[in-house]
Write a protein that binds this ligand. Sequence first.
Ligand SMILES: *Cc1c(COP(=O)(O)O)cnc(C)c1O
Length: 383
Amino acid sequence: MSWQNKIERGLQQRRETAAYRSRQMNDGANGRWLHTDTRRYLNFSSNDYLGLSQDAEVIAAWQQGAQRYGVGSGGSGHVTGYSRPHAQFEQQLADWLGYPRALLFISGYAANQAVLAALTAADDRILADKLSHASLLEAATHSPAQLRRFTHNQADSLQKLLNKPCSGQTLVVTEGIFSMDGDSAPLVDLQQHIAPAGGWLLVDDAHGIGVRGAAGRGSCWLQGIKPELLVVTFGKAFGLSGAAVLCQEPVAEYLVQYARHLIYSTAMPPAQAYALQTALLRIQQGDDLRQQLQQRIAQFRRGAADLPLQLGASETAIQPLWVGDNQQTVALAEQLRAAGLWVTAIRPPTVPPGGARLRITLSAAHQSDDIDQLLEVLHGVCH
Ligand SMILES: *Cc1c(COP(=O)(O)O)cnc(C)c1O
């Protein structure tokens, strides 16, 4: 088979299963609106949970950071890319979340790849929740360790895997809030099974940091646990991008030696690290924003309870409406779009086969009327 045939076959496969993906250009999207050249849509697809991507103070900080430090870091952190704003932000994160160290990464995807690859060897094992984000499962698959998956949020299922012999170390991987379902992991329960087995826990709290727990410290703080490795990302509630790994001192030093995504990749722009410090302040003082988000979530759930589509058991900004069939999900998303609402149709392989859904995300930037409008249109297209 030629290269051309191989590519064409791959594309054809996606077309046949109504799983073909295409990107749609916009002229700006934030927690409330998505603009195209012809129209403005209410945006129910963004992870900008607190609306900080458009926050005037954060934008001003980025501009100020660029004035002071330029727009690029000029290299990997191991060469000349580690600037004062990077170091300051790492320290602030560590203090805020109660860890000795925080290490910045360019993205959550990179952080997960780097950590799993750097920490594990061939005799180790990674036990991951089945619904873990692609960046975690993929990293685990590519790592030298053996990957085993436990039933979603089931400590019993994890225990069965823990009972099996392993000559190396065990790393258990899960999320604070699951990105496609919006539900939370039973972190205390999981940790009670992991600790006696001598394993470590990694929690990816991409969707919890900034929105849950006291002062937005996230899912682990809310549940009162401190995993050995906590991954937080800045592309969601923080409104920017990037990620950090929180850990003990020796682990941080180990990652500085062995995490290839740190060593062989340009550090994030110092202006971004500078802006992230302001975003962190907004989050620490953001009880009003978090309260507003909670009100929108409650309003949506009240209104969506009698829809013919099944609503997920989510208390968070991620509100899935299960449809099942790919084509039907896409058709619903198109109807919503025609009504001025931007909602994403999520299909396999992002979710399990038969699990196609509308993934609605809510933001503190939404107004009460926006939610009413969404509910009205949903009731209209579903009947
Ligand atoms: C979004 C997300 C990531 C990826 O983070 P990026 O910074 O966007 O690369 C990783 N893990 C989870 C659970 C996520 O939801």
